[in-house]
Design a protein around this ligand. Structure first.
Ligand code: HEC
Length: 431
């Protein structure tokens, strides 16, 4: 409640973060798995004395360099911009809790970027062994950056013992640390194969294309069989309420999960049939389709992971509207308007009640409800009168949607209800 609130029209801040983050994640997982793909493919080329594979991996490394450094880094910076604007309180918390984690993370980024540039620009200039060492340095730095960021991301859903101890290591090695790392590593390898399939379609000579397609498929197929196993492991390491939400507690979440599983199955079949058995039929178009389907799986997975955290942004520590749970009682006593630093109205009276209600809604509800947009509030209250709305607000955690407890006073609940009820009145007038 210490920062101004930026309301993103229609899609809402959560979705904005989601869109930027999913694009980034799609590239950043490739940056890890693809690094391994580069070195192992290079080794294979030397071992079999195969100039075709070697030529392919050189070309692939250019695509890799441009995509990971330019696009990956750009979207990474974009994430910082969006989370800082949409949820400054949570961003600040994560920075403070994991200061040294971030510092280490940025060292690895630096090593990654330097290594991948060296790797690309020293093809044919260094001996094989030195060139491969640079490749390995890249891959290990990329993997370690994932090992670090995973601690911070999984912390948000399962801070575990950190809630009591406030110790860095308890937060970092939290209950879902290992299982989510496993999901990420397997995903990274699948991504490496999916990108490999796409670049393979640019090989003109049929036989060579066949070989590289088949080779890339082997990065996808076995690991897509492991993916459900590690995902299930992840599921079992979750606390009860997130499990319940995933299984249908919020219907769109379970629907998203099911779509993700079906699309995953589809990708497996397409790669098996066209990438492995009938490589002649694996065209550029199919490569792009597999890519888009891969992006959809990522989208489904990340969306489910973010949604099962409701109503928190950091579980048991901070609600998604930025309220810190430890401060709940103090805020409840003086109300949200007085506690927040960036609202115009502090005292409610008869004249400013509606405006105060608007302020209160923006402060407490707009992280999840956008008027006329994402999770629109209007249809949710359409049949209700003002008193009922106020009553619901006071009792928020007991309704549909896994909402936070209301930290405002009764007068604030009434003000929000009055402002919301205006929408119902407008509705009636139109009819
Ligand atoms: C953490 C996110 C979150 C916050 C914060 C939040 N809501 Fe909700 N709310 C939801 C979700 C999700 C639903 C379920 C929507 C659905 O089922 O279509 C919901 C449902 C509702 C409903 C319908 C409940 C029912 O059972 O019919 C009302 C009314 C409502 N919200 C009002 C509010 C108000 C007012 C605030 C602020 C004081 C608020 N919400 C804050 C997420 C949130």
């Amino acid at each position: 409640m210490n920062y101004p609130i930026w309301e993103v029209p229609i899609i809402g801040g959560g979705w904005l973060i989601g869109i930027v983050a999913i694009i980034h994640v799609f590239v950043s997982h490739f940056a890890v798995g693809g690094g391994l793909f580069l070195v192992l493919t290079e080794i294979k080329a030397y071992k079999n004395n195969d100039p075709i594979i070697l030529n392919y991996v050189k070309k692939h490394s250019k695509f890799f360099l441009l995509l990971t450094i330019v696009f990956g880094a750009l979207t990474g910076v974009a994430i910082w911009f969006t989370i800082g604007l949409v949820n400054p309180q949570a961003t600040s918390a994560l920075i403070h809790i994991f200061v040294w984690g971030w510092a280490i993370e940025w060292v690895f980024f630096f090593v990654e970027i330097a290594a991948v540039m060296l790797y690309y620009y020293t093809w044919d200039k260094l001996d094989h062994k030195t060139h491969l060492i640079i490749g390995w340095i890249y891959f290990i730095a990329a993997l370690l950056s994932m090992v670090i960021i995973n601690g911070i991301l999984s912390f948000m859903l399962t801070p575990g013992k950190w809630i009591e101890t406030r110790s860095f290591w308890d937060g970092f090695f939290n209950p879902t640390y290992l299982s989510s790392l496993a999901v990420r590593i397997v995903t990274a390898i699948v991504m490496a194969g999916i990108y490999g399939l796409l670049t393979a379609t640019f090989i003109v000579e049929k036989n060579n294309r066949h070989n590289v397609l088949k080779y890339s498929s082997k990065w996808v197929l076995p690991f897509m069989l492991i993916l459900p196993v590690v995902s299930l492991w992840y599921y079992f390491t979750l606390p009860d309420i997130p499990k319940e939400i995933a299984l249908g507690g919020i219907s769109f979440v379970s629907q998203t999960a099911i779509i993700g599983i079906i699309v995953g199955f589809l990708v497996f079949l397409i790669v098996l049939i066209f990438g492995y058995f009938n490589t002649r039929l694996f065209t550029k178009l199919i490569g792009i389709v597999v890519m888009i389907l891969g992006l959809s799986i990522m989208f489904a997975g990340e969306r489910v992971r973010e949604s099962i955290r409701k109503p928190y942004v950091i579980y048991d520590y901070m609600y998604s509207n930025g309220l810190i749970i430890n401060e709940f009682d103090v805020i409840k006593e003086q109300g949200i308007l007085k506690s927040a630093k960036w609202v115009e109205i502090k005292e409610i009276n008869e004249e400013n009640k509606i405006q105060a209600g608007k302020n209160g809604f923006k402060l407490y509800c707009s992280s999840c409800h956008i008027v006329g947009g994402y999770n629109d509030i209007k249809p949710l209250i359409v049949d209700l009168d003002e008193e009922t709305i106020a009553m619901m607000i006071n009792d928020l955690e007991n309704y549909r949607g896994y909402m936070p407890k209301f930290a405002g006073t009764e007068a604030e609940a009434e003000a929000i209800a009055k402002w919301l009820y205006k929408f119902n009145l407008e509705n009636k007038k139109e009819q």
